[in-house]
Design a protein around this ligand. Structure first.
Ligand code: TYD
Length: 213
């Protein structure tokens, strides 16, 4: 039915927004599938371990890319597509925009190549709407520091300038795909963010969102 993705730098609060929004739609009787990348399938859970574990040292940027894409291919085929076909709302914590921002802007891989490979991996599937939670890297890093001890350290150990590049990448995507990507100020309260996202999503579901592709 409607495929929604939540994107942003680490510590942007996208997971909290996704859960809060899902609770609102489920309360109205709508089936909502919550999932994430990497890790949205059983193969994906194993890929997630490999790619996020700080013990995975010296991972080549292209090898990393193909792990994320393998995760996506399996995720789309086994979970996202079947759920959309059943008429569910599907919320994914990260999807292709993360690949463009992290592997493109962050790791320096060529964006056009990433777009081609992603289309193959995703079987042509693109989100109907994407919420981009935007905030300064310093604020996001302070949030991450406050919740340390979650174990998946490989990306958390990257420099401020890496995260600045990723943030810039997301914002560039948002201006390129302004019909799909809605930028939210991640420093707002969860309540305000949920209100904003809910209003937009209700109009997308009704098919009235003017910018819908
Ligand atoms: P996630 O668990 O969502 O991290 P967080 O909860 O901190 O947002 O994602 C793990 C990391 O994987 C995150 O730093 C971004 C990275 N990532 C990529 O580099 N490329 C991708 O295609 C995806 C899906 C994630």
């Amino acid at each position: 039915m409607v495929f929604v993705t939540f994107e942003g730098i680490d510590g942007s609060g996208k997971t909290s927004l996704m859960k809060a929004l899902a609770a609102r739609f489920s309360a109205q009787g709508q089936e909502v599938i919550l999932t994430r990348e990497p890790g949205g399938s059983s193969l994906g859970a194993r890929i997630r371990e490999m790619v996020l574990d700080a013990k995975t040292e010296g991972l080549d940027a292209r090898a990393e890319l193909f792990l994320f894409l393998a995760d996506r291919a399996q995720h789309v085929a086994t979970l996202i597509k079947p759920a959309l076909d059943r008429g569910s709302l599907v919320f994914s914590d990260r999807f292709a925009d993360s690949t463009f921002a992290y592997q493109g802007n962050g790791r320096g891989l060529e964006l056009e190549t990433l777009e081609t490979l992603n289309t193959v991996a995703a079987g042509g599937l693109a989100p109907d709407v994407t919420f981009l939670l935007d905030l300064p890297v310093s604020v996001a890093m302070a949030r991450i520091a406050a919740r340390k001890g979650e174990g998946e350290a490989r990306f958390d150990g990257l420099s401020v300038s890496f995260h600045e590049e990723v943030r810039r990448g997301f914002l560039t995507l948002a201006s390129r795909f302004s019909h799909r990507i809605r930028v939210l100020n991640a420093e707002k309260s969860l309540e305000d963010l949920s209100d904003e996202a809910e209003t937009l999503l209700v109009s997308v579901i009704r098919g009235t969102y003017a910018g819908r592709p």
